[in-house]
Design a protein around this ligand. Structure first.
Ligand code: V55
Ligand code: FE
Length: 488
């Protein structure tokens, strides 16, 4: 019986051909010097489908989640890679084929998986209260053992929350380590219900607040400041009739404005206030903070639909080169009579996968780290148009001055998301290291690079060679714990 992936852009090439393997390698090859102070684990997750799509093709976001953990001890690096054993993947493994149809459309699945968690756990992996949570925004987290990467199972916080969607982008309150999270479509597929949660660092649920969104738009990321929660709602909406008819979960709506819901963390949701911006696309939050009664939210944005796989109702998708990208600062004025979200530009250049120093999350801050794109650094004549999510710069921006430092790894290279690691617990904001995977498009290889966070223009202080290629991924995080279980 043939087991072959389709020859489409989502399943081929150095970034998107599935990798599909699990395993461990002790003592990776290193050039340069791993900073001896770097002690802990860099953990990240990628969609990496085990079986060819049931319906012949599929989108990147629908692949099975696989966790890669790099363990740093005394200047050595070991790596381990293991799938999140979701209910969905277990059913597929038993059947030796994919049982899942259209992304986030249960009506297109094989009847044998009806009622199972749809989670792939493929979007983010975060440490919380002694476990890792593998996250997919359509369902509850899956808990993973941080020592062995074994999957513990679906995680409802010991029965403290219902079986509802849970974001892939929780935040952590630097004041107390509380986890701040939310769900959208919380009242059922295509519903406008939002739910906000706060959990103490010991796992107890402290708050659960419900609210309603103006339309059933995707809320991929959010922001939490000292007093407020901000939900940015994308003009890409879910429609139950379309989903029931076997169509896409999401469609882009150029006529809808961009919406920001702001509500108090200590309220009951009835105070939520909606600010509106122009139609635009945003995915990830760099940071947000309060200045008096102003909330300022810094996010990369584009002036049109970046998710070409969620087209307009008539199938329209913009050409990628027609979109204008920038880093935007949105100001939401809680004392104003106007509900306009006021925009200013922090950096007029393409950027995505923004990260701040989490010790200043939700507070006034200075340093932002992002991936960027400079087509002049890319050998387009040799390699052709760049693939989806191709970003070939590592950027450091000082948002207080606008100053930018950058590093490009080569003309046939691109990054996966970078993660910031503070030099020490009490190091100044932004002072430490950046860890990022680099894919080499011509050799189909991957390496992990380590840079000084405030001197990215000097290039890596160490490069870790991987004896395998890693598929394009989404998000990851640093666990400051020194692992006790090492790769044998
Ligand atoms: C995103 C990613 C997802 C998803 C929804 O980057 C939004 C945004 C990897 O899956 O399901
Ligand atoms: Fe994301």
């Amino acid at each position: 019986m043939t087991l072959a992936f389709p020859a489409t852009a989502d399943f081929t090439g150095p970034l998107y051909a599935p990798s599909r393997f699990e395993g461990a390698v002790r003592d990776l090859e290193v050039t340069g010097t791993i900073p001896p102070a770097l002690s802990g684990t860099f953990v990240q997750v990628a969609p990496d489908p085990i079986y060819p799509p049931m319906l012949g093709d599929d989108i990147f976001f629908n692949g099975d989640g696989v966790v890669t953990a790099f363990r740093f001890v005394d200047g050595h690096v070991d790596v381990q890679r293991r799938y999140v054993e979701t209910d969905r993947l277990k059913a597929q493994r038993a059947a030796r084929r994919s049982l899942h149809g259209v992304y986030r459309n249960p009506y297109t699945n094989d009847p044998s998986v009806a009622g199972l968690s749809p989670s792939t756990g493929n979007t983010n992996i975060v440490p919380f209260n002694g476990i890792l949570l593998a996250l997919k925004e359509d369902s509850l987290p899956f808990a993973v053992d941080p020592e062995t990467l074994e999957t513990i199972g679906e995680w409802d916080f010991q029965g403290q929350i219902g079986n509802t969607p849970f974001t892939a982008h929780p935040k952590f309150d630097p004041a107390n380590g509380n986890m701040l999270a939310f769900g959208y479509e919380a009242g059922g597929t295509a519903s406008r219900d939002l739910v906000y949660y706060e959990f103490a660092a010991d796992g107890r649920k402290l708050r659960e607040i419900g609210a309603q969104s103006p339309y059933a738009g995707m809320v991929h990321d959010f922001a939490v400041t000292e007093r407020f929660v901000v939900f940015p709602v994308l003009p890409v909406t879910a429609d139950l009739d379309r989903i029931k008819a076997g169509g896409r979960h999401f469609a882009w709506h150029p006529e809808l404005g961009y919406q920001f819901g702001v509500m108090r963390r200590d309220g009951d949701g009835s105070d939520i206030r909606w600010f509106t911006g122009p139609n635009c696309f945003q995915a990830h939050v760099l940071n947000a903070f309060e200045v008096g009664e102003l909330v300022q939210l810094d996010m990369p944005s584009a002036d049109g639909n970046v998710f070409h796989f969620f087209p307009e109702a008539d199938g329209t998708v913009p050409a990628p080169e027609s979109l204008h990208f920038e880093l935007t600062r949105w100001t939401l004025d809680l004392e104003s009579d106007s509900n306009e979200a006021v925009r200013t530009t922090l950096l007029d250049a393409p950027c995505e996968f923004p990260r701040c120093d989490n010790r200043v999350a939700g507070r006034r801050y200075r340093h932002g780290f992002m991936l960027g794109l400079d087509m002049r650094e890319y050998a387009v004549e040799r390699l052709g148009p760049p693939p989806f999510q191709f970003l070939n710069l590592l950027l450091h921006i000082d948002v207080t001055t606008g100053g930018v430092k950058r590093w490009a790894p080569g003309d046939a290279e691109c990054f996966q998301e970078a993660t910031f690691v503070p030099r020490s617990e009490d190091a100044p904001e932004g002072d430490g290291y950046l860890l990022a995977l680099v894919n080499h498009l011509e050799t189909s290889t991957t390496e992990l690079v380590i840079l000084e966070s405030l001197a990215v223009d000097r290039g890596p202080v160490a490069r870790v060679k991987l004896p395998f290629r890693l598929r394009m991924s989404l998000h990851g995080n640093w666990l400051p714990t020194t692992p006790t279980t090492l790769v044998a």
